[in-house]
Design a binder for this molecule. Sequence first.
Ligand SMILES: Nc1ncnc2c1ncn2[C@@H]1O[C@H](COP(=O)(O)OP(=O)(O)O)[C@@H](O)[C@H]1O
Ligand SMILES: [Mg+2]
Length: 305
Amino acid sequence: MIEVKGLTKRYGDRLAVDHLSFTAKPGEVLGLLGPNGAGKTTTMRMLTGYLPPTEGSASIAGYDILEDSMEARRRVGYLPERVPLYPDMTVRGYVTFWARLRGIRSPRKHVNAALERVHLMDRQNQLVRNLSKGLRQRLGLAQALVHNPAVIILDEPTIGIDPQQVIEVRESVRALGKEHTVLFSTHILSEAEHVCDRVLIINKGRVIAQGKPADLRRQMEPKTQLYVVVGGASGKAARQLLSAIPGVLAVERDGDGYSLTVEGDRDLRGEVSSHVMQAGYTLLEIRQATTSLEDIFLEIVGKSR
Ligand SMILES: Nc1ncnc2c1ncn2[C@@H]1O[C@H](COP(=O)(O)OP(=O)(O)O)[C@@H](O)[C@H]1O
Ligand SMILES: [Mg+2]
């Protein structure tokens, strides 16, 4: 389990991570979805003990990353953006090396289990230097899980590998999520959708939306909002009138007027104004606004392309 409270990182006067709070439960793959520079890597480096936070706190499996950093580190596996690999080691040697580094005295069983999980057993004697990028990524994954940590943190593990390997890495991540708490970062919306149980969309170091992928997608479907102020009608009459206009999905009181949620991306300004006037009222104001989630989505997609 991961618990993060108000986690913040400043680089000089640049705020890379801005009071981030979230929890990830056992058996869950939590996605960090955000464009380049959103603060994903910085967050992960703080959680894995490579970078001290400027402010805030976090715990891994109940151990505070600052106060119990040794215990916290023992319970986390980390696949960084760029995996440090030693080209002259064999696949098996590399995973064994990491197991020993994590204090496992007789790592044989652990190494076998890790190699099985990432389907590298048949390449155990191959030299790291001869592995393709996708296979190296799987080896990095084996390194991250060899000590059977409660929490596994994977920083954009599918970047730069070929499509077949992308599918395999995604499947491995999903499988890991059944038994571990997995934090997985990506800048690709569809990848977050396929791999994660829950997604935090982050931008400029802050969570700007979160939820199950299906819920997020629903929220992000373009919706037009109309803001309308009607003169001469009682609140009840105005609400009734506006609700009855075809294409209006919802009517909510908003300051002096009403916010209308409109089906799809229809422009209902003409209809609204004629309905209001036909009923003998006056239209004091009407304007169209897009939902903030749509803005967020467009911004993220725009930057990641
Ligand atoms: N070592 C560093 N020194 C200064 N600024 C940094 C450093 N590392 C990251 N940043 C800045 O912090 C922000 C977040 O970066 P990062 O965590 O790498 O984002 P992401 O992984 O989402 O692409 C960016 O604006 C980046 O330029
Ligand atoms: Mg990054």
